[in-house]
Write a protein that binds this ligand. Structure first.
Ligand code: C5P
Length: 397
């Protein structure tokens, strides 16, 4: 679903590709950049490395990546964007040339391709370029732009690369994610709550907030108005998402309950404490010489259950079930008991996924009895899949 390879070729507009990579990254995609040699003369690979968070691939013969990098990138890619696409790369693509890493990756890949031509107006208008673009379109390559405007070579004309946001929108469209949740108000609760014992100690849990933040980013990327109610986490506030920080289960309950009626979809990805101390000491509890410390705990409110009991017609309610045993059995009970439309069940005892990990292995269990086992995948991919399902449920609601 979401590894995007961005091929940057040697047009002046290469600097604008940095913005494309930045936007895709903010939307939660895994972005891998391939630069042609000429592109590296215009923008430094270090810039793309920093913005994408991944090493930049430059040649077919890099020790670091092994000899088959074009194959691994071509298989990994769910979409390849070529931006800027010079007349040269378009000609190579149209004729099946494979003389560097980008052209070879393109030839070896079966992923959809989006090209954003950028060149001098005469080059763009040349019959050769015209013919190449025609061939590429016939083969299913999607072309975005170019627009008319000021060109790097001076003067005005057709050949100016489409704006980065236009290119990103075209990419989302190809991935089936474009504006699937356009203007829909959604609420995501994330992170692990903390229940205070005294001014310095609390009862917490291992939730990192990664799943919830991936959900917030993915929803934003699909056009939703996102409200993120977050328990403490080290995650940064996703751009364009309204975030409300809370600490305890009670605070989360208050925020979620007041906002929930205005939302079309709610995903409770938060690890909400089930118990909280009956009494909170106003002063730090001193370490005693002998004996232990006995804490009396009471139940916290079950926020999701309350939401399920008061669910407005048409609202989609999604919960998570993090279990260490009898995963599906417990998840089915929660789906029913909390009146949910969908529950995401994950086994948190697995070493390769769950808390703190960037990966998750989940089952999706629906109200209508449908059960889907998903493979181990990055949390951001799982987030997109969950929202696609929610978008489908909203359409049918
Ligand atoms: O019943 P259990 O706590 O295992 O259910 C997990 C689901 O319920 C999660 O979606 C979690 O966010 C939510 N939950 C809640 N309030 C609680 C405990 C869990 O909303 N006090």
């Amino acid at each position: 679903m979401s590894c995007i390879v961005v091929g940057v070729t040697g047009g002046i507009a290469a600097y604008k590709a940095v913005e494309i990579v930045r936007q895709l990254n903010l939307l939660g995609f895994q972005v891998k950049v391939i630069m042609t040699e000429h592109a590296t003369r215009l923008v430094g690979p270090a810039t793309f490395r920093a913005i994408s968070g991944n090493p930049v691939a430059l040649s077919l013969f890099e020790e670091e990546f092994g000899a088959m990098q074009h194959i691994s990138l071509s298989h990994e890619a769910d979409l390849i964007i070529v931006a800027p696409a010079t007349a040269n790369i378009l000609a190579k693509m149209a004729n099946g040339l494979a003389d560097d890493l980008l052209s070879t990756t393109l030839l070896a890949s079966r992923a959809p391709v989006l090209a954003a031509p950028a060149m001098n107006d005469y080059m763009y208008a040349h019959p050769a370029t015209e013919a190449n673009l025609k061939i590429l379109k016939q083969r299913g390559v999607q072309i975005v732009g170019p627009g008319c405007g000021f060109l790097a070579c001076g003067g005005k004309g057709e050949g100016r690369m489409a704006e980065p946001s236009e290119i990103v929108d075209a990419a989302l469209e190809i991935l089936g994610l474009y504006r699937k949740l356009d203007g829909v108000n959604v609420l995501v609760a994330s992170g692990g709550t903390r229940e205070p014992i005294d001014p310095v100690r609390f009862i917490g849990n291992r939730s990192s907030g990664k799943m919830g933040y991936a959900l917030a980013e993915a929803a934003k990327g699909m056009g939703a108005e996102v409200l993120l109610i977050s328990a403490p986490t080290t995650m940064e506030q996703p751009i364009g998402v309204e975030r409300v920080m809370v600490e305890t289960a009670e605070e989360m309950e208050k925020e979620v309950k007041t906002r929930a009626p205005h939302c079309k979809a709610i995903v409770m990805a938060a690890a909400v404490a089930d118990f909280t101390p009956i009494e909170i000491s106003g002063k730090k509890i001193k370490k005693l010489e002998k004996g232990g410390l006995y804490l009396e705990l009471k139940h916290t409110p079950d926020i999701l259950k309350e939401l399920g009991e008061n669910k407005p017609v048409g609202q989609i309610l999604v919960g998570f079930a993090a279990e260490t045993e009898d995963l599906l059995e417990h998840a089915r009970q929660k789906l029913k008991g909390k009146n949910l439309d969908l529950i995401v069940a994950n086994d948190v005892s697995r070493e390769d996924s769950g808390f703190e990990s960037d990966y998750n292995k989940a089952f999706l269990l629906f109200r209508d009895g449908r059960e889907v086992e998903l493979s181990l995948m990055p949390k951001r991919d799982l987030a997109s899949l969950i929202w696609l399902e929610i978008a489908g449920l909203l359409e049918r609601a």
